[in-house]
Design a binder for this molecule. Sequence first.
Ligand code: SF4
Ligand code: SF4
Ligand code: SF4
Length: 312
Amino acid sequence: MAKIAMYWGAGCGGCDVSLLGIHEALLDLLDVLEIVFWPCATDFKYEDLEKMKDKSIDVAFYNGAIRTEENEHIAKLLRKKAKLLVAYGSCASKGCVIGLANLSTKEDIFDAAYLHNESTKNPDGIVPQEKAGDLELPAILPYLKTLDQVVEVDAVIPGCPPPTPVLVEALNALLEGKTTFGKEVALCDECPRKDTKPDKIEITKFYRWHEKEDNGDCFLAQNMICMGPATRAGCGGECIAANIPCTGCMGTVSRVKDQGASMMSAIASLMEEEMDEEKERELIASIHDMVGTFYKYSAARLLPKGRLKDES
Ligand code: SF4
Ligand code: SF4
Ligand code: SF4
């Protein structure tokens, strides 16, 4: 029996649920797995983990990012106790949507969340504290970190959350001791709309997907941004099947380091060569939220190296 652990760091909980979402495949896995730590699903305490012998867990999955001292402590502890440590999902590996918080300081985030917004009355200006009466609470770090910015990571299971086919393949590979798995091609390769993907597009404006009626063609042909060209295949095009452009949750193939730059370059190669400056400006202005579009899952990585080191 392989001993496995699962921890939920700073994230939405969807990754924990995704493990249950593999349905019957989980029953097969339970025949060969022993869950030794999974606080979200069963009653394990941190002291249970602390008492385990070093390297006694075969595979530890860490989902969510690292935003508190508690997250950081457990990441280090799991690294010590596990033979293989896996970044499970986009938050752990790239920072994901919550990594967009790295575009602001912790103080700005507290201000927007607890002090100055339309739905909060907080006349005493109370923000999260590290001490509340007798209680000591884990400190919130100045910036969010990905798992590999804190400890060495052996493997990554991509996705927000990892789609079932990706997860089943990854779990089986990891149980065989393999740390590389998944497809090394772009999502467009497995997209049912790929036959209508254009070589060139005449664009004057980009539309958001709710602003235009979908005609069933490639979203780029319809002047809607779809991150398929810069996104790793494997999910089977779950969003496309629901008539929604891909936002890129699977990250990139391993040879591409910057998903946003890769997508901007894909768009540039699709555009007609001649475009005057004013039209170019209008086109760029029609992209709502540049960072949130091109770096929705990897913005945490935009923070200059060293800043994390200096400020945490
Ligand atoms: S990767 Fe997505 S599903 Fe998983 S914890 Fe982060 S936000 Fe939630
Ligand atoms: S850009 Fe999007 S819709 Fe077009 S082929 Fe690629 S994944 Fe499919
Ligand atoms: S289509 Fe894109 S955003 Fe949707 S699950 Fe697949 S990779 Fe993620």
